[in-house]
Design a protein around this ligand. Structure first.
Ligand code: FAD
Length: 479
């Protein structure tokens, strides 16, 4: 083929990009394209933090392409219309892309592929985002998995993933480029400057993903098994946004970790624990693909009738603002607002308090995370929220409810995480920091803290809200 289009989506990298490699092998000239069409993603077009990331990542991708005499052609609108017009203006004969798994996008892509083929174009999609395609793993009964452990057993029994592909030497640029929008014209930023602060915490793009991987391997892999649960320690990889936007592929990550493990007994345990987390990402995509109703509805329909608190809106607002009076939750929500990220342990606690104690619908939390997380990912976010609400795949039994105070004392014993995000509590002694509403008046006075003025009391009483949640869940579970 003379000319083909390569459609970048969430595979914003040059190395280990199977569809890009296939396009380069098939053609003399490759035109790289990005099409902005959030309206085609159902209710789940990218949120605020994701749009910031996307903007930065596309800019860096374009720069990398230009280093190879290529460039990114940017369009906006219905993807099919944009492809149609680009095929005509470049006289391209084919479109190549890597697959995505969100229900609305799967459906859109299916129609596009069908249309391309009907029109006589070559259309070719590849797996660039997962270790295994969601349809490749089945239980003994031939059904999709709903429980992680057997899924992981089946995944880890397979051969190791193929070695990643090297970065291409040439990108086969054309001499005549079609017109492109400027990145600014996509209006990805909110205009209120909220995203500016994200810049200090993240380095979007393929090079940033490589740096994050190197840091993790050198500094955190060895202690990952224990340090991953401590929110004040840099004990995890922080690769989640890079994986979401495809700036590093899971098999690149897999092989980087596996080669670090080779012959080094000290990192064996941390290595496997981390690869298992990558397995959760695979499981989340498997569940999303097989159960496409789950972004808005529970996997198990009986949970549809769970009696959420009436008039929960003001409670949700306090939760979003980090003003619940549960310090570990408030610290997490403020970390999220400032950095676009929240530590996994704290995500679990913050989600549990929202759905179990406040008893607000899990979707209200999922939507806030969607807008504010730089790693917002429909598969992982849906899995995390349904797991926390007890209505999804592999969810904890309904009667197991996190105690946020105990969790806080256990995973942030010296209160370093709490003090970083809640400076108003910083003078409290360690033992009172986790539950200031229980501290004696003298201690509060000594720490210069007045409850209700400087920091709220819990917006719901932990013990009674727990009992109410249990009674509600018991009724649903036995219905
Ligand atoms: C309520 C809730 C919502 C969540 N929403 C998201 C989300 O929108 N996007 C997202 O990527 N993760 C989400 N997670 C999962 C997890 O919190 C993040 O993946 C993790 O904190 C990212 O940090 P890391 O890259 O340093 O993780 P590491 O500990 O270094 O893990 C490596 C990778 O494994 C994957 N991973 C780890 N834990 C999980 C998990 N529980 N489920 C699925 N994949 C996992 C991620 O891709 C992660 O980058 C959510 C968890 C909860 C409880």
């Amino acid at each position: 083929m003379k000319t083909v289009l390569f459609w970048f989506r969430r595979d914003l990298r040059l190395s280990d990009n199977p569809a890009l490699r296939a396009a380069l092998n098939a053609a003399d000239r490759v035109v790289p394209v990005y099409i902005h069409s959030p309206h085609e993603e159902g209710d789940w077009g990218p949120g605020g933090a994701s749009r910031w990331w996307l903007m930065k990542s596309l800019a860096r991708l374009d720069r990398r392409l230009r280093d190879h005499d290529s460039r990114l052609i940017i369009r906006q609108g219905d993807a099919l219309d944009c492809l149609h017009s680009l095929l005509a203006s470049t006289a391209a004969e084919a479109v190549f892309w890597n697959r995505l798994y969100e229900p609305a996008v799967v459906e859109r892509d299916r129609k596009i592929k069908e249309w391309l083929k009907q029109q006589g174009y070559h259309a070719e999609s590849h797996n660039g985002a997962l270790l295994v395609e969601p349809w490749e793993l089945r239980t003994g009964k031939g059904e999709p998995y709903r429980v992680f452990t057997p899924f992981w057993r089946a995944l880890s029994k397979r051969d190791e993933p193929d070695s990643p592909l090297q970065k291409p030497r040439t990108l086969r640029p054309t001499a005549q480029w079609p017109s492109s929008l400027a990145l600014d014209e996509l209006k990805l930023l909110s205009g209120i400057g909220w995203e500016d602060k994200l810049e200090t915490h993240w380095q979007p793009g393929e090079a940033g993903a490589g740096d994050a991987m190197d840091r993790f391997l050198d500094q955190a892999l060895v202690d990952y098994k224990t340090a991953r649960d401590l929110p004040d320690v840099s004990g995890t990889s922080r690769l989640s946004p890079h994986l979401h936007f495809g700036e590093i592929s899971p098999r690149q990550a897999w092989h980087r970790v596996r080669s670090r493990m080779a012959g080094q007994a000290a990192v064996e345990e941390g290595g496997w624990t981390w690869l298992r987390e990558l397995g959760w990402r695979e499981f989340a995509h498997h569940v999303l693909f097989e159960f496409p109703h789950t972004p808005d509805q529970p996997l198990y329909s009986r949970w549809q009738d769970f009696p959420w608190r009436k008039n929960h809106e003001a409670f949700v607002l306090a939760w979003q603002r980090g003003e619940t009076g549960y310090p570990i939750v408030d610290a997490g929500m403020r970390e999220l607002w400032e950095t676009g990220y929240m530590h996994n342990r704290v995500r679990m606690i913050a989600a549990s308090v929202l759905v179990k104690n406040i008893r607000a619908p899990w979707l209200s939390g999922a939507k806030w995370f969607w807008d504010t997380l730089v790693d917002a990912d429909l598969a992982n976010n849906t899995m995390g929220w349904q797991w926390s609400a007890g209505c999804g795949a592999d969810a904890a039994p309904y009667f197991r409810i996190f105690n946020p105070f105990t969790q806080s004392r256990r995973f942030d014993p010296e209160g370093r995480y709490l003090r970083r995000w809640l400076p108003e509590l910083s003078k409290l002694p360690d033992r009172d920091l986790h539950a200031p509403h229980e501290a004696a008046d003298g201690i509060l006075h000594h720490a210069g803290l007045r409850l209700d003025r400087d920091y709220p009391r819990p917006i719901v009483d932990y013990k009674s809200s727990r009992e109410e949640a249990l009674a509600a869940a018991r009724a649903v579970a036995s219905a």
